[in-house]
Write a protein that binds this ligand. Structure first.
Ligand code: EPU
Length: 356
């Protein structure tokens, strides 16, 4: 295990802003992760774990402690469980590129993650915010999470219920934030399973074909469709495309109780518009943050200095070239303020903020 000093973090993130890590190590083995954690503990250094860097805003002053990039690889699928042998347990290293895993699952005709194609980042990052898109979330397929428990200094296997998955949340970004370093994940996928076509964008994409052929698209076709939809929204990393120098969705879709939602809908009605919303758990409604942003005076392509809003999706804040973290945060503040003024809702940021 090699510990480097003063390593710039911006190039390791998709948003490409922020300063350097005082110490940095890239780790390929579980033992190395443990050793690095001990290095930090012995020196009283704060620890921060970097996955694919696709959901991070690093501060301009960087990270004063040790930043770890988890590069544990390997995808294996040794186990099948149900009587028909169709349930396949995939064990995947935290450092595996998420989309490589999706591609491999689809190539093996295994369903469960096909709608999550094209999401940037590494496998280890997916349980933290319970990554989801196009009608699937990783909580649907995660069987367990293998992690280093920094508090107890031992490796543990957390079964799915222990992770307490909710919309964009788990114990890893709430109650137990900072306690675990994720090393490996187990996902149950279904061999020969039918693809998930719940999401309106996907149904639209396949409408003509479904009407004509009456057969569902294959997993591979759904994967391609998702990638195409993501590309059109600037949510697929395309080298050279400024609109994808982002951290994905910058705000969570607010989940409102009945009374709060009624008030918001009434506010919209008084302006003669209808707000897009979707049912959420416990009789709640999820409303579209992108819509709120666009209806608070910020259009796609909006620019504030070197920071801006993607021309393809109102929820993606982008680095327009040489933005600093402070530019991105300035734009975030302006949008939060604008949406609060117009709609009485405080949008909650989705990315992880490092070193602020
Ligand atoms: N909309 C706008 N303006 C836009 C884009 C969307 O008004 O520029 C409105 C439209 O009414 C649209 C609705 O928002 O129907 C929903 O838009 P979209 O389908 O693009 O989804 P989203 O709610 O903005 C969420 C996730 C994405 C995920 C997509 C697809 C969050 C915060 N974001 O976005 O996840 O890819 O659904 O499932 O939940 C991410 O988390 O980083 C991310 C990209």
């Amino acid at each position: 295990m090699t510990i480097q000093e003063n390593v710039p973090l911006a190039p390791l993130t998709t948003l490409q802003v922020g300063g350097a890590a005082r110490y940095f190590a890239e780790l390929r083995r579980e033992e190395d992760v443990r050793e690095a954690a001990q290095f930090a503990k012995a020196r009283g250094l704060p620890l921060f774990v970097l996955g694919g860097g696709s959901n991070l805003v690093v501060s301009d002053s960087g990270w004063p402690g040790l930043a770890l990039k988890i590069a544990i690889g390997g995808i294996s699928s040794p186990n099948t469980n149900d009587a028909t042998g169709n349930a396949v347990l995939f064990s995947v290293g935290a450092g595996v590129n998420w989309d490589d895993f999706v591609a491999q699952a689809v190539a093996q005709n295994c369903a469960g993650v096909e709608c999550l194609s094209g999401i940037p980042g590494s496998v280890g990052g997916t349980p933290v915010q319970n990554v989801g898109a196009y009608g699937q979330e990783v909580a649907d397929t995660i069987e367990s999470v293998r992690a280093l428990d920094l508090r107890e200094d031992r490796i543990v296997v957390l079964p799915k219920p222990a992770c307490e998955f909710r919309y964009r949340s788990s114990i890893f970004n709430t109650t137990e934030r900072g306690r675990y370093i994720i090393l490996r994940l187990n996902y149950w996928l279904k061999r020969g399973g039918t693809p998930n076509l719940k999401y309106a964008d996907l149904q639209r994409h396949f409408a003509a074909r479904l009407a004509e052929k009456k057969t569902p698209p294959s997993l591979a076709e759904v994967r391609e469709a998702v990638r195409e939809i993501r590309r059109s929204k600037g949510m697929l990393i395309v080298p050279g495309d400024d609109d994808c120098r982002s951290a994905g969705s910058f705000f969570k879709n607010p989940v409102l109780g009945e009374a709060q939602f009624k008030e918001l809908a009434a506010r919209a009605a008084s302006k003669g518009i209808e707000i897009p919303s979707y049912p959420a758990l416990d009789a709640q409604r999820k409303v579209s943050a992108a819509w709120l942003v666009e209806h608070s005076g910020f259009s796609k392509g909006y620019a504030l200095g070197a920071a801006g809003i993607s021309r393809k999706h109102a929820l993606a804040l982008i680095n327009r070239g040489d933005a600093k973290a402070s530019d991105i945060v300035g734009l975030k503040d302006e949008i939060q303020h604008g949406v609060q003024e117009a709609w009485g809702i405080l949008l909650e940021p989705e990315p992880v903020f490092v070193g602020f």
